[in-house]
Structure formats: C-alpha cells, structure tokens
Design a protein around this ligand. Structure first.
Ligand code: SAH
Length: 239
C-alpha cells in the first residue's frame, strides 16, 4: 500500500518535539514503523486510514526505555502496574473493526483503558474527539506525560472507572475497550448513538474472551462475536 504523506512516514517536515527520551530504534524510526505497517498489511489489515495512523504514531515513545528496541515488533509489552500495551496487529484489528465502512473522521469516541496512551494517539487521527478513561491513576498520569509532547488537541484523558462509561461525553460514535469483563456493560450500549459501533473484548464463556462488535441501529443493537482474544480484565473502581 502507498504510505506517502503518512505524517512522519512521508516527506512532510517533522513536527518539532523534545529530544528523544528513548533511543535504540535506529536513526529513522519512521522506516521501522513503515516496515511494521507493511507486515500488518501482509497479514490482511487493509484499512488505509488505520495503517496511516500506525505509520505516523511513534509507538516507542509509549514504552519503557528498556523495551524501545521491541516497540515495532508485533508483541504486547508491559507498561507497568501489571498492564500491557496490546500488540500492533491487535490494535490495528480493533481500529479497523471500529472504522470499516464508515466515513472518517468518526465523531466522539470513548476509549476504555487509556494504558500508556498509544491507542488514544491513534484514535485522535481517526475521530473528532477522543475521551479516554483509565482506572489506575499512575497510568493515567503516565499517559498524560507520554502524550504531552505530541500536543494532540482532541484527546481528553479521564481518570475513572470506565465500566459506567462517561456520560458527560455521550452519545458516542464509537466505543472501544482494551479490557474485558464478563459481558458488555449496559452503560456502554446506552451511550452509543444510532449508527455507532462498539468494539470490546468480553468473557462470554468462562475463561475465554472474544472480540465483540455491537452496532446500534434504528431497530436496536446488533451483536457479532468474533475471534478469541486475550486482554487484561476490566476491573471496577479506581486505584
Ligand atoms: N489502549 C491501551 C491498552 C491498555 S491495557 C494502550 O494503548 O496502552 C488496558 C487498560 O485498561 C489498563 O491500563 C487497565 O488499567 C485499564 N482498565 C481496566 N479496567 C478499567 C476500567 N474499569 N476503567 C478504565 N480503565 C480500565
């Protein structure tokens, strides 16, 4: 696929940002990201806007310095406090499910589980506004630090338990969760606008999570259960 003009993957001038706090991905991280995106495309991920976002956002900025060399491999990585950043192919799949067949940018989107903020930075390129919730204060603060130098105006980080959604920003054109509970919380369904889509893991049978996609239509909710996945648990309360 053509990736010319994909943010820093193309020939456009680089946005100024502070010196790399993380080094070790080689001098040209855009080339490494481009290779990652090519591999994802070969695996069947085809959504142009999603692939462009993955080519543009520097994943190595969101992981610990010690893990920077692995930032563009297709692996989940620890981000501290017992949590992980999903592997790029899973992030791409979720975003593709959220966006496919829909006009972009989407309107307001709610993300449950900010983690290190990586997916929020990707969503910012696909949606008008991103509301991203995290229940662990330390990770919420970490995401804020990670995102600050990128100066992304349309990401709003919220510290709180996302199982009740975020009514203040509702209704949403999309909801995407990076943590899975027993089922899809009803608050999330209620906060979708007609025509909106939700993508989330859920443990519909004990010990097995699946990706679930729900569309809100004029007639109600249409649910699809897709492949099995493994995300961290959706927990209640804050810490
Ligand atoms: N999208 C993230 C992935 C983070 S992992 C990234 O790009 O890094 C999932 C996150 O969901 C964890 O940080 C976990 O603390 C958070 N989480 C789990 N239950 C939650 C809840 N009820 N509300 C908000 N966040 C939650």
């Amino acid at each position: 696929m053509a990736l010319r003009g994909a943010g820093e993957g193309g020939t456009a001038p680089r946005r100024p940002h502070p010196p790399e706090h993380a080094s070790g991905v080689g001098l040209d991280s855009a080339a490494v990201r481009h290779a990652m995106v090519q591999r994802l495309a070969q695996q069947g991920l085809r959504h142009e806007a999603v692939l462009h976002a993955l080519a543009a956002v520097e994943r190595h900025r969101f992981v610990d310095t010690a893990l920077v060399a692995q930032a563009y491999e297709d692996t989940a990585l620890p981000i501290g406090w017992g949590q992980t950043i999903s592997k790029p192919s899973v992030v791409a799949r979720m975003l593709e499910l959220l966006c496919e067949g829909r006009a972009l940018p989407l309107g307001r989107v709610l993300e449950i589980g900010t983690g290190c903020g990586y997916q929020a930075a990707l969503l910012a390129r696909l949606c008008q506004e991103v509301y991203s919730m995290e229940r662990l204060r330390a990770l919420h603060e970490r995401a804020r630090e990670n995102l600050r130098p990128l100066r992304i105006p349309n990401v709003h980080l919220i510290f709180g338990d996302g199982t009740a959604g975020f009514p203040a920003g509702a209704p949403y054109a999309g909801i995407i969760a990076a943590a899975g509970g027993d089922d899809i919380p009803s608050a999330w369904l209620q906060q979708l606008t007609v025509g909106a889509r939700l993508v989330a893991p859920a443990e519909l049978e004990p010990g097995r999570q699946h990706l679930v996609v729900v569309e809100r239509t004029e007639r109600g909710y249409e649910r699809r259960v897709l492949e099995s996945v493994w995300f961290v648990p959706l927990k209640s309360g804050t810490a």
